[in-house]
Each structure stands twice: as structure tokens, then as C-alpha cells.
Design a protein around this ligand. Structure first.
Ligand code: NAD
Length: 270
């Protein structure tokens, strides 16, 4: 049984991870950290079956639990310290936290690439269908010259556009450049009667449109257009459980995946 800790256990994603780990036969949830719920029973905080675990306030409190893999879904400002703690304490780590400060990912890559360091897998999106969408979009970008992205999210999302949409745009632009596909189709708009109606200008001028509505969770469409044809690739996360197969896959694989891995593509062999 792999011994797992969850950072951000009282959050929307962290609690979901606690439930998924607690339900997995080959994983044992041995620690949970979240200052917002420190001292409270994890069963009550995360909705898992009653047990002895109490939410800890900080990583230092779980140092003696024999944690083998930690999962982090916290805030961009908090995650780097957790990951460095894991590196210092020989704990493999899986992180889905977004919004890390510029340069932080590079520092973490360096730290986890050091000899003797444990392993880290970080991914901006653990939904396997979203990882596939990005891969399919990279293939389409080689052949189709027009593209725009629409990302759609729940009404409490603070940032726009989503990290996933920006990442998709970067990957589409890079894939087209690698293939020598030439520039994307120019924007024909001469007059924007309402500012913003053509969306935001992303990498290589790829337009990104952000929709925020109650009832949505996380969705994305990439629409390609070319002479007389169009291709729409759409991915939907209907609930946060959609991220759990990817998170559990990373938790099981991280001890066997040396160094620092960004994205699920490598462990999905894409
Ligand atoms: P949330 O606000 O519901 O939860 C974050 C939790 O982290 C809170 O309970 C907070 O108290 C806790 N926290 C803050 N500082 C902490 C610290 N120092 N130690 C331990 N816990 C701490 O947010 P959420 O919706 O669960 O999202 C969390 C992160 O995951 C965000 O960055 C979000 O963008 C990202 N996310 C990633 C994916 C993915 O697939 N990679 C999917 C969804 C969300």
C-alpha cells in the first residue's frame, strides 16, 4: 500500500483527492494538511469514512507519518513550499496547483532533477480527456490554418483565460511552427463595435474566448477552420471526479518516473 498525503485537503480538489485515495485498495491516506481546517477530523472535512486522521496545519506536522507520495492542490503561492518540503524529505509529489509565480516551475524542475531527489509530476490539467484534446489539437494545427479557442468555466473562477486554454494555445502555435505550417489565418475584423468581442489575443495571435456561467464546471472547445471545412474538438469536465483517474494514475506512477515531469502526456505515452 502506497502511503499518501494530501495538501489542501479541505479545498474542492483536495477533498476530492482524499475521497479517491481513501476508496483505492492499493493506496493508504496517511496525512492531510490544510491550515483552513487544522485540527478537524478529516472524515468530516473531506467526507471520507470515519477514521483517526485529523487535518494538520503544516507539512512539518506530518514529517513522521512515513508519507511516500504527496498530492498538492492548494494555491500557487503555497504549493512551491510544499514541493520543496517533499524534495527535502524524500517524498514523491504530484501537483495540480496552477498560478505558480514566474520561474517557480523551472526552479522545481531543477530541484527534482538533482541526484537523490524524489520524483515530481506536475500537470495543469489531470482530466485525461483534456490531455487528449491538447494532443489532438496539436495534430490538427499542422494542417488547418484557422483556429480559435473557447474555454467555459464555473461562475466562481477568478482568472481568465484558463491556464489550460493558454497552454493549449501555446501548444497549437508550437506544433504549427514545428511543422512549418505558416502563420495562422489573419483576423478579418476591421471594427470591433464592442471591445473584447473578438476575445483575447493569445500566443501567435490565437483568439481565446472565456465564458463564465453557473452550472458549468470546466470545458474547452478548439475550433479549426480551413477552406470549406471546420473541425471542433471539445472536452468537458462535468464534475471534479473527472480529474481523479489522472491524479491516481500519477500517484501510482510517480515513484517509477524519475525526475521532474510536466504534464500527463509522458505517462500516457502520447
Ligand atoms: P480551493 O480554494 O477550493 O482549495 C485550496 C485549498 O488549499 C484550501 O482549502 C486552502 O485552505 C488550502 N491551502 C492554502 N494554503 C495552504 C497551505 N499552505 N497548506 C495546505 N493547504 C493550503 O481550490 P481548488 O478549486 O481545490 O483548486 C486548488 C488548485 O488546483 C488551484 O490552483 C486550481 O487552479 C487547481 N486545479 C487544478 C486542476 C488540474 O487538473 N491540474 C483541476 C482543478 C483545479
Amino acid at each position: 500500500m502506497q502511503r499518501v498525503a494530501v495538501f489542501g485537503a479541505a479545498g474542492r480538489m483536495g477533498a476530492e483527492v482524499c475521497r479517491a485515495v481513501a476508496a483505492a485498495d492499493d493506496l493508504e491516506l496517511v496525512a492531510a494538511v490544510d491550515p483552513a481546517a487544522a485540527g478537524r477530523p478529516l472524515a468530516e472535512v473531506a467526507g471520507i469514512p470515519a477514521g483517526p486522521l485529523v487535518v494538520a496545519a503544516s507539512a512539518a506536522e506530518i514529517a513522521e507519518r512515513g508519507v511516500e507520495v504527496a498530492v498538492d492542490f492548494t494555491h500557487g503561492s503555497a504549493a512551491p513550499a510544499h514541493l520543496h518540503w517533499c524534495a527535502d524529505n524524500g517524498v514523491h509529489v504530484v501537483s495540480g496547483t496552477t498560478g505558480l509565480a514566474a520561474g517557480e516551475t523551472a526552479r522545481l524542475r531543477e530541484r527534482f532533477s538533482a541526484p537523490e531527489a524524489p520524483n515530481a509530476i506536475m500537470a495543469p490539467n489531470f482530466a485525461i480527456s483534456a490531455v487528449l484534446l491538447a494532443r489532438f489539437a496539436e495534430i490538427a494545427a499542422r494542417h488547418l490554418e484557422g483556429v480559435e479557442i473557447i474555454e467555459l468555466h464555473h461562475a466562481s473562477k477568478r482568472d481568465a483565460p484558463s491556464g489550460t486554454a493558454l497552454d493549449t494555445a501555446r501548444r497549437i502555435a508550437a506544433a504549427r511552427e514545428r511543422a512549418g505550417g505558416g502563420p495562422f489565418a489573419p483576423d478579418p475584423t476591421l471594427e470591433e463595435r464592442l471591445p473584447g468581442s473578438r476575445g483575447a489575443l493569445g500566443p501567435e495571435g490565437i483568439r481565446i474566448h472565456a465564458v463564465r456561467l453557473p452550472g458549468l464546471v470546466a470545458h474547452q472547445e478548439v475550433i479549426f477552420g480551413a477552406l470549406g471545412q471546420a473541425l471542433t474538438i471539445r472536452q468537458d469536465s462535468f464534475e471534479r471526479t473527472s480529474f481523479m483517474p489522472g491524479v491516481l494514475l500519477a500517484v501510482r506512477r510517480v515513484p517509477l518516473t524519475p525526475g521532474f515531469t510536466l504534464g500527463l502526456e509522458a505517462i500516457l505515452a502520447l
